[in-house]
Every structure is written in structure tokens, then in C-alpha cells.
Design a protein around this ligand. Structure first.
Ligand code: IP8
Length: 246
């Protein structure tokens, strides 16, 4: 089984509120058709979820955030999720929409439910879930990032591969010269902070990738603007991106 996260900066234009990148979404979804094993999709918030989370000052730490904000973030994620699901359907793939509340309670994974996701994937559907605003309990809520969901699902489902589809070629050792780190094992390199992202942008992605790889599973960062690289990573071909070796 393969776990794939479609990053918010690939599926939306992060510079403009509420703007999907429909062509990029379609191109990636068409590429996914070439995968001959069960896949599970997670997608990020991009200029939908993040735009509203910033407006309502909501973060990953459980706090008493605006109830209005929670509702609006949730609604915007459903809107973005619908665009993704429509693209799957249009391209003759069968998505199975799973809001994270289906398998996460508060901030705790529900193992039984997560194991069902694998069964759903093995029966011909493509489970699709996403980062969201979640109720935590005691009037608190929090933003659950899609990257965190990747970590949770990988820990329980032990996929053959986890792929983070991003808007750059992979992880750069130097952002200015765009020198790509082709392979990493264990240690975390220094990463510059991104400002617009309430869930921590590249930094969080790298944390989750390292956590997954430390559990013995390979993780790839791949450029979603060149979706054929996703297939190269899956087919163990010579590939362009960053591998976090498990
Ligand atoms: O883009 C965050 O998911 P991410 C989702 O994977 C929201 O960090 C609601 C901001």
C-alpha cells in the first residue's frame, strides 16, 4: 500500500485565497491512475484551510478558538475536498471520502477505524482524507494537519511507501542555490520557517517524514508539478526528489 499526501501548495495557489489549481490536480490524478497497488490519499489545506485558519488565529495547539472559525475552516476544507473528489470521478477513479473525524477522536487515532481504511483501499476504492479543524473537547479545538495524518496512518498501516507531493523538487540543503538533498537518513537538516502556514509548512513535513522513516519505512518528497516522478518513485526507478530512507 502507498500513502500519498497532496500538499496544499500543489493543489491550490497559496498566494491567492480560495484558489484551486485545477489543472495541477487533474494532472496528478491522471498520473495516479497508473499505480497498480492500493493507495490512500491525504490532502492539505492550501489557500482554503490555511487562509481561514490564519484569519481566525487558529493553530495546531488545542485552545478555545472561535467557534465561527472552526465552522468556516471545516466548510472550506469540504469545498476543497469536493474539488479533489470531482477530479477523481472525472478521471474514472473511485474515491472514498473520509473526513478525519472518521478515524481520529480529539487528537487520538482510532486504530480500528484506521485499519478499516486499508480494507477500503484494498477493495478497490481510493480513501481520500484531509487536514481539518477538529473539536478537541472542553470547548477546545485544533488544526490537524494533513502531514500529521500521514504520520498517524503510516504508523498504523505501515505502507510500502509514503509520498509527500510538494511544490518544489524536494528538500533543498540551500534554498538559494536550490541544491537538492537526494537522500537523508535520520538527522534533520536546518529548514527556514514559512510564515503563512499555521501547521508549520516544510518543517512539519520533514518532522513527519523523519518520524516515519525512523520506523523503517521509506518516504519520498516529490514535485507535484512533474507527476511522472511519483510513478518513478513507486517503480523504484531512478528518481528525482528527496528520499528519507527507512
Ligand atoms: O495543509 C491543514 O493541513 P495541511 C489543514 O496538511 C487546515 O497542513 C485546516 C489548515
Amino acid at each position: 500500500m502507498i500513502l500519498i499526501k497532496l500538499g496544499g501548495s500543489v493543489i491550490t495557489n497559496k498566494g491567492k485565497p480560495l484558489s484551486p489549481r485545477r489543472k495541477s490536480i487533474d494532472k496528478i490524478v491522471k498520473t495516479l491512475k497508473k499505480i497498480n497497488e492500493p493507495i490512500v490519499i491525504v490532502h492539505g489545506g492550501g489557500s482554503y484551510g490555511h487562509y481561514w485558519s490564519v484569519k481566525y488565529d487558529m493553530h495546531t495547539k488545542p485552545e478555545k478558538y472561535s467557534t465561527r472559525g472552526v465552522s468556516i475552516v471545516k466548510n472550506s476544507m469540504i469545498e476543497l475536498n469536493k474539488i479533489i473528489l470531482d477530479s477523481f470521478l472525472k478521471n474514472k477513479l473511485n474515491p472514498y471520502c473520509l473526513p478525519p473525524t472518521d478515524f481520529i477522536s480529539g487528537n487520538k487515532p482510532i486504530t480500528k477505524k484506521i485499519k478499516m481504511i486499508e480494507k477500503i483501499a484494498r477493495s478497490g476504492f481510493i480513501p481520500v482524507t484531509y487536514g481539518d479543524a477538529l473539536w478537541y473537547g472542553q470547548k477546545k479545538s485544533f488544526i490537524l494537519s494533513g502531514d500529521r495524518i500521514m504520520g498517524v496512518l503510516a504508523t498504523i498501516l505501515k505502507p510500502r511507501l509514503s509520498i509527500f507531493v510538494v511544490n518544489v523538487d524536494g528538500l533543498y540543503s540551500n534554498i538559494k542555490t536550490k541544491k537538492l538533498i537526494r537522500e537523508l537518513k535520520g538527522r534533520k537538516p536546518l529548514i527556514s520557517k514559512s510564515s503563512k502556514d499555521v501547521t508549520g509548512g516544510m518543517n512539519r513535513k520533514v518532522d513527519e517524514a523523519i518520524k516515519i522513516s525512523k520506523k523503517g519505512m521509506n518516504v519520498f518528497f516529490v514535485n507535484g508539478n512533474k507527476p511522472e516522478r511519483i510513478i518513478d518513485a513507486i517503480n523504484r526507478k531512478k528518481f528525482h526528489g528527496t528520499l528519507f530512507r527507512g
